[in-house]
Design a protein around this ligand. Sequence first.
Ligand code: ASP
Ligand code: MG
Length: 320
Amino acid sequence: MLIVQKFGGSSLADPVRLRRVAGICAEARKRGNQLVAVVSAAGDSTDALLETAHKIHPHPPLRELDALMATGEQRSAALMAIMLESLGHAARSFSGWQAGIHTDTRHGEAAILRIEPRRLLETLAEGKIAVVAGFQGVSPREDVTTLGRGGSDTTAVALAAALEAERCEIYTDVDGIYTADPRLLPDARLLREIDYRDMLRLARAGSQVLHPGSVRLAMDTGLPVHLLSSFRAGEGSLVRALSEAERPALVGVTRDEARSTVTVVGRAADSGLREELSRQLEQCGIPVRGSSEEEGCVTLTVAPAQLLPALELCHRAVIG
Ligand code: ASP
Ligand code: MG
């Protein structure tokens, strides 16, 4: 069985964590699977690279920013392969271009056009783990491109689809998708399963567990995506196509700090819910500055200082 596992930046932030993540890969190998591991840049290192570039130049050329940002994931990939080798598992690291990830030319937000995974397939056939630097590819001009912030998820899903993997597992610092960010609302509940459409709306509205582009791709290819914790064993959450009977009426609540919005997601999120939540917020002294609805989600804008109380109230109102 071929599995793609993706590890987020906080799971790779130091050698101790790297060792733990390598243990997860080793487990999958021991069960006899072929394995492609996709890695993000460690911790906040992408932000640090951007900061350095902006110290040198107020508007760094986008081509060079991509060349710079791609190094974060390349570093993680090489370190991960070294860690795996140190544990006795044969592994090879690949940058995006080496992995055959071809994109368009839009620096900083490139789209994957096709994948030519010849080297990955050779590596797997030799019984080795292929470790791929996420978030990057190569343009038709043979320049390094990046896929947009959070884009390593997209690399993982795209590779899983191209390689016809059995599973795509995404490991992060939370153990799945919750009805709200559990770091903000301790009452939030883990969702064992979530439909692609609801996950996509949560991702677009600010939930950072999965990149929206990766959800879209998984939905289009019908690839189930399993969200798991790098730090704790658990069942996680499965993102897949649910039937209307399986799909809850209201799924969860998320916020977008930059836009100062709270969004409620679920097939029952409609104009009636928008009016009801606006009324309840106003009643609790939280003025609603604007609101909108789309199929399956209602968005309310409040003052930045009232974002957290608004999130709490909406969560209590729709989830309980
Ligand atoms: N390192 C990149 C970012 O911070 C990509 C990723 O982590 O998925 O956006
Ligand atoms: Mg991410």
